[in-house]
Every structure is written in C-alpha cells, then in structure tokens.
Design a protein around this ligand. Sequence first.
Ligand SMILES: [Zn+2]
Length: 180
Amino acid sequence: MELKNIFEDSEFLRQKSKEVSFSSKAFKKDIVCLEEVCKHTGCKSLSAIQIGIPKKIIYINNGEQKVLINPEIVSQKGETKSWEYCPSCLEFAGFVSRPYEIEVEYYDEKGNLQSDIFEGKEASTIAHEIDHLNGTFHVDIAERIANVSMDKLKKLRTEEPYTVISQNNRYRQAPSRIKK
Ligand SMILES: [Zn+2]
C-alpha cells in the first residue's frame, strides 16, 4: 500500500470517509496496513484514507500505538499555532491554528466506545487526522502556506515554534474553516 497525495489523488482524498461497521472484521486488516505503512515511511500518524482506505480510522504511534475508529471531536478549548506538514501534501507546510485541548469520542479496536481528552501537540495531531476523514487538509485552514523542503520546514519550526496561545479560552476557528 502506498501513500496517496493531493497532487495525484485529489478527488479520492477530498471525499468523506465512511463509518466503520463492527459487524465485519475487515477493519482489522486496515489497521495492520496502517501500521505497516507507518513503519515503512516513518510517519507517526496517518488516517486510513491516506493509504487508499476511505474509512474513519486513525492510527497514531508515538512510541505507544493508538487506534481511533469513527472519532469525533465533542468539545474543544484553548488555541495553539504551529507549522504543520503532511506526507500526503509534500512541499507545502501550513501555519495552522488548532484547539489546545480536544475531547474525542471514538471506538477502540474491540468496538468499545471510548472518550479521551487530548492536549497540546497530541491534540493537534489528532485534529489534523480527523480533518483528513472529512477531506480537509492543513493547507485548507492555514493562516499562511509555505513551499518547503524538509530542511526548510525545520527552519520554519525553529523560527516559529509550536505555540500555546491559550489553554482555556473558547477555541476560535480559523477563518477559512468558518467560510466552508
Ligand atoms: Zn496529513
């Protein structure tokens, strides 16, 4: 399985992913695929649609593996800003505003409904991946976009590092998202 990208697979990546049904065990194979692609590419998080599976599955591995099925943000607060990058949109980084804290309801691999609160960079990562399930990219909601290589991205992130604007205020949505 290969990573799809916005330049060649725009129509596919722009679709809304479908809810996972637990009546079939097919999603277990999808999770194994996500795990393998992350291992091969060095990605720490991916949504299933990025590898050609338009189902609501998010895979995260920051040392510890986490799978979120049919995830939904049910509340959010605070605000952060950072330069985001996406393996499905190489060359374009976006300076994105995200909530500092999100409460997410999702199903685990056993089909049990879970509710977790994520904060900081982990919250940004999960919000980025949930956007993919709706066909939205970081560049769609970015305040600024930069054409970058990996080296340039490091420079951008040094000059303008991940910043917490507030931890508790009501999250202000990015203007482009309100327009949608
Ligand atoms: Zn992405």
